[in-house]
Design a protein around this ligand. Structure first.
Ligand SMILES: [Zn+2]
Length: 152
């Protein structure tokens, strides 16, 4: 059965803004759908791979650039002083490699610092960042990335 990420990867033009914040030939960026934290992004390879070791050199070559540029865009758009970057791909149905690029707000409560940031993920629907807000954030982040200066 096709996994969620592969289904989303199949036809980017059909996706809502939140599912295609940005993309290149190897990677797609989406705003997480079940998070309470505005700006929580996932960076997903365009191919179905379930281990980082399966990434090609070409995919690996832009991985770091994506992580850094997304972190800069999140700093500019959400005001977060730093980001967390995390990859597990352990949840059932989500074995497709995905790097969480998470804005770490300055006022993050002490009980959510570090790995406990995941308390903001998989939240009930009434606590999630809404579809409209996710699309707005996606547009703002996408615009920032499009205008971003190349890495020095
Ligand atoms: Zn997949």
């Amino acid at each position: 059965m096709e996994c969620f990420s592969c289904r989303m990867n199949r036809d980017l033009a059909q996706l809502p803004a939140a599912e295609r914040v940005a993309a290149d030939e190897h990677w797609r960026v989406a705003h997480c759908f079940d998070t309470a934290l505005p700006g929580w992004l996932v960076l997903v390879p365009r191919r179905h791979v379930t281990s980082i070791a399966e990434l090609t050199d070409a995919e690996a070559a832009t991985l770091g650039t994506w992580q850094v540029r997304l972190s800069r865009a999140l700093r500019a758009v959400t005001g977060c002083p730093k980001t967390y970057v995390v990859q597990f791909a352990e949840k059932e149905g989500f074995a497709h490699v995905h790097f969480h690029v998470i804005p770490r707000p300055a006022d993050l409560p002490a009980d959510r610092i570090g790995p406990r940031i995941f308390g903001h993920l998989g939240v009930p629907e009434d606590q999630r960042v809404g579809d409209q807000r996710r699309d707005e954030l996606a547009a703002a982040l996408g615009a920032h990335l499009a205008g971003a200066e190349p890495a020095p």
